[in-house]
Design a protein around this ligand. Sequence first.
Ligand SMILES: [Zn+2]
Length: 499
Amino acid sequence: MEYRPTIGLEIHAELKTRTKMFCDSKNDPDETRPNVNVCPVCMGHPGTLPVINKEAVRHVVRVGVAVDGKIADFTEFDRKNYFYPDIPKGYQISQYKYPLVKGGKLAGIPLTRVHLEEDTAKSFHKDTYSLIDFNRAGVPLMELVTEPAIKSAEEASRFAKELQLLLQYLGASDANMEKGEMRVEANVSIVPQAKNFREFLRAFIFRDPSRAGTKYGGRLGVKVEVKNLNSFRAVERAIAYEIGRQKKLLEKGEPVAQETRGWDENKQETFSQRTKEESHDYRYFPDPDLPKLRLSELPEFSHEALRQDLPELPRERRARYRADFGIQDKDAEILVTNRTLGEYFENTAQELGRDQRKIKLAFNYLVSDVIGLMRWDDDHPITDIGKIRMSTHHFAELIKMTAANEITSRTAKDLLVLMVSDGGDPREIARERGLFQKSDEAELEGTVKKIIAENAAVADDYKKGNEKVLQFFVGQGMRATKGAANPAVLAKLFKRFLS
Ligand SMILES: [Zn+2]
């Protein structure tokens, strides 16, 4: 029996704001001292009143515009009630019925909603006691929920990467997964897929054991939520593992339990944490301490104003690279994800006067040679191209020299090494070191004659009809001129003097 996986993601991202979601305690993800960015509001003291952080609302609404979602006219905050030491109020302020954003699409995946809530404190469990750090309590947290429309582990990880990129482009979050600034949860279910009508009957009407885990007449599988996914690799592996685990259960005729599972990075497997709460367990209700928001009445939150204010988005940048420079999405990805590299490339392209052939050449040198040089030291790679000495102006000059055949591609690569480490004008360096390509026949004639004289036996070979040795002579010519000779001119001269 084949199985069709259905995956939905819930992704939390800590937003970049000056202060926390409902108080003026500092929002500083880099703070290492515990419990310094706290106040009575985010510590949940009785009698305190929360105030909505406009900057956080703005971030979420901008994300909504970027994914073409529907921005709420009316929105409110709700209390999600549960008891846990990391939430001292006894409830988390979140959004339930009226999220800030509904719908939208990202990387081809339809979205359900994007809403705003507050982060919880961080607990540290020791042997006999637990510690709590409230620095993170009340930090604005965006939650994005996709439709269950993702069909594979790879697609899920691709989606999460695209969201991270978008948040970074928008300046909404650094979304660093290692730091916990972006956290992914996956809802995974599988449904038996009948290959033919006979199999369909067996599975769905005659209660085939493999149907046991399916809930509603085989249309929907049982949803398992997988948590603690702190890297893209974990997202991909945990989902793949979970699909495999559910398949095995169904094939044994055992039911899949609806539950929350964690991901064990060491064992590379998911483990049962608890049975899943239903949303009614949380007794959501509108927070009476916070005003309702009518965003449509605020001009600065109008769709037009927000759209005009958006920076170029990752998908727009890919489209522009394709249209302007003829670079395909797959190749352009390194320039889209590494933005300083992208800017460096664009400044170079500007210097090259939008000449597609030269720009393509610059792109190739940049992504293979220059990046290779930046990574010469595995332990300390240079990640920011702003740190190398070669200016875009001089890089463009080198490309022009190569395109005009003034220097050979081998010389260009040698020059790149010098320029990346020490900077400098390639034209000057080439002049000083005599690196310009030698295409002048009169200038090369002496070298050619000398090589023929020194290799009389090989020359005879050629004269007897072995044309393959011509390559040997051209190689010798290149060596004698330290790669500066034009190989085509050399070949022509050797042919002339050998016949
Ligand atoms: Zn506070």
